[in-house]
Write a protein that binds this ligand. Structure first.
Ligand SMILES: C[S@@+](CC[C@H](N)C(=O)[O-])C[C@H]1O[C@@H](n2cnc3c(N)ncnc32)[C@H](O)[C@@H]1O
Ligand SMILES: *[C@@H]1O[C@H](CO)[C@@H](O)[C@H](O)[C@H]1NC(C)=O
Length: 222
């Protein structure tokens, strides 16, 4: 995204240079190219540690939730109780906001820097008793003991995550997705608009929860 924005800015600049000599234009071009190249290398150096660990399966970069997104997630947690997990917890903002609402909240995050920073923030905000942050790969842990699951993922990972959660979670679980919805499940609640949209799915409609009931009914009748 950033490189795209940069080349756009460069493209906007070039028409202003049209009236000048071609040699001057080419050296200017060289300078811009070098500048953009240098910036990209620097950007790459800074961004790589945040992105490469996530390349194991799909690239899930650190994009923190907006204040509105956090508010929308909290709205979906009304009427809810039980432990909460944020999958890929970033700087811990969702975990901390949920802990402030009284949830026992846990974050799983691959980037150790973000985990340490989350722990510091939780301590600073006085909720470290109710929060836990683990340095873990989301594909290598089970979320089975959580009744509230929050995820701000990327579209490529949603089908696989949908399958994983459907297998692991209990029937009373609610899954809350930020910005990108799950492909197959039908949301029970939706709030917000555009990038701040948040979807809530109650798992009881899926994962053989309802088939189990159908199996029990004939037994009761006989
Ligand atoms: C889009 S950010 C969301 C951050 C946070 N949940 C929020 O809403 O502010 C996704 C986070 O997942 C982390 N992540 C990427 N791959 C992961 C993996 N395999 N296991 C655990 N966390 C991962 C990234 O480092 C990033 O911080
Ligand atoms: C919370 O409960 C009320 C009353 O049952 C219901 O109308 C509302 O939709 C619920 N909100 C969410 C986000 O589940």
């Amino acid at each position: 995204m950033l490189p795209g924005a940069m080349s756009e800015a460069v493209a906007k600049k070039s028409p202003e240079q049209d009236g000048e000599g071609s040699s001057r234009r080419s050296s200017w071009g060289l300078l811009v190219t070098a500048g953009v190249g240098g910036t990209l290398v620097a950007l790459y150096a800074v961004v790589t540690p945040f992105v490469t660990p996530a390349l194991r399966k799909v690239c899930l970069p650190f994009v923190p939730a907006t204040a509105t997104q956090v508010q929308n997630v909290l709205k979906m947690l009304e009427n809810r109780s039980g432990p909460l997990v944020d999958i890929g917890s970033g700087d811990g903002r969702i975990v901390i906001a949920a802990a402030k609402k009284g949830f026992k909240a846990v974050g799983y995050e691959l980037n150790p820097w973000l985990v340490w920073y989350s722990r510091y923030r939780a301590w600073r905000d006085g909720v470290h008793q109710n929060t836990k942050f683990y340095i873990s790969d989301l594909w290598k842990v089970s979320f089975s003991h959580y009744t509230n699951v929050v995820v701000f993922g990327v579209p490529q990972m949603m089908p696989q995550l949908e399958k994983k959660l459907e297998e692991e979670l209990e029937c009373n679980a609610r899954i809350i997705a930020c910005r990108f919805p799950f492909p197959c499940w039908i949301p029970d609640h939706t709030t917000g608009e555009g990038i701040d949209t948040v979807w809530a799915y109650d798992l009881k409609h899926y994962r053989r929860c309802e088939t189990k009931n159908l199996e029990i009914t004939p037994e009761r009748e006989s």
